[in-house]
Design a protein around this ligand. Structure first.
Ligand code: ADP
Ligand code: ASP
Ligand code: MG
Length: 239
């Protein structure tokens, strides 16, 4: 199988957690899959960088913000690659640009226009685990753009579509999609299976579990998405 696995901020929140992700990814590779990994920045990192910019200006240029914010995802992608190589796996870390992600020019909230997955495919063919910095692409002029808060979900789903992957797994800090936010309502129940339409409504109403444009992309391209926890081996939610 060709699997795209996305790990959110809490899943890569410290160095031990990045090692935990490396272990999980290596299990999928050892099971005989082609594995593409999309990572978020370490949790808190994007907000920290936003705060740094605010220290200097209340109105920084959006192009500068994209240069700044995209760096968080590059840190985790490269550290994960370093960890996997140390474990004896071939792994290659890529920026959004190298992964062929071309977006609109709308800095800080760009939409993906197309993905040229050639470099990813070539690296997979050479039996590498391909690790892609989420949340970012480049516009037609080659400037770095970002995809809006939570945008690594969109990176993962769009890459899964471009590669015609068999599955897009979204690893996060809860066991799957719940009836309401489990961090607020302890009566929230985990849902085993949910339609694209229902999850789209949920995410449009502000549930963080999946970014709305990621759901739209999955729905339009009929990409199977599986939301599950990074930590225990428990069943998640099939979309
Ligand atoms: P990640 O860093 O993995 O992208 P996010 O913080 O963006 O994670 O999204 C996961 C969070 O979404 C959960 O910790 C949870 O508090 C919140 N959330 C809100 N609504 C829901 C829901 N209906 N089901 C699951 N999680 C939800
Ligand atoms: N790091 C970005 C954010 O915090 C993107 C993401 O995590 O998906 O919004
Ligand atoms: Mg998120």
């Amino acid at each position: 199988m060709l699997i795209v696995q996305k790990f959110g901020g809490t899943s890569v929140g410290d160095l031990d957690r990045i090692q935990n992700v490396a272990n999980r990814v290596s299990e999928s590779k050892k099971a005989g899959n082609d594995v593409v990994v999309v990572v978020s920045a370490m949790s808190g990192e994007t907000n920290k960088l936003l705060g740094f910019a605010k220290h200097f200006s209340s109105n920084p240029s959006r192009a500068d913000m994209d240069m700044l914010l995209s760096s968080g995802e590059r840190v985790t992608a490269s550290l994960l690659s370093i960890a996997l190589n140390e474990m004896g796996f071939g792994a290659v870390a890529m920026t959004g640009r190298k992964a062929g992600i071309i977006t609109t020019n709308h800095h800080t909230k760009a939409r993906i226009e197309e993905i040229n997955p050639h470099a990813i495919q070539k690296s997979l063919k050479d039996s590498n685990i391909v690790i892609i910095a989420g949340f970012q692409g480049v516009n037609s002029a080659g400037d770095i753009t970002t995809l809006g808060r939570g945008g690594s979900d969109l990176s993962a789903v769009a890459i899964a579509g471009a590669l015609k992957a068999d599955l897009c797994e979204i690893y996060t800090d809860v066991d799957g999609v719940f009836t309401t936010d489990p961090s607020i309502n302890e009566k929230a129940k985990k849902i085993d299976k949910i339609s694209y339409e229902e999850i789209l409504e949920m995410s449009s109403l502000g549930s963080k579990v999946l970014q709305p444009s990621a759901v739209q992309t999955a729905m339009i391209n009929n990409i199977p998405v599986y939301v599950r926890s990074t930590f225990p081996e428990k069943p998640g939610t099939k979309i």
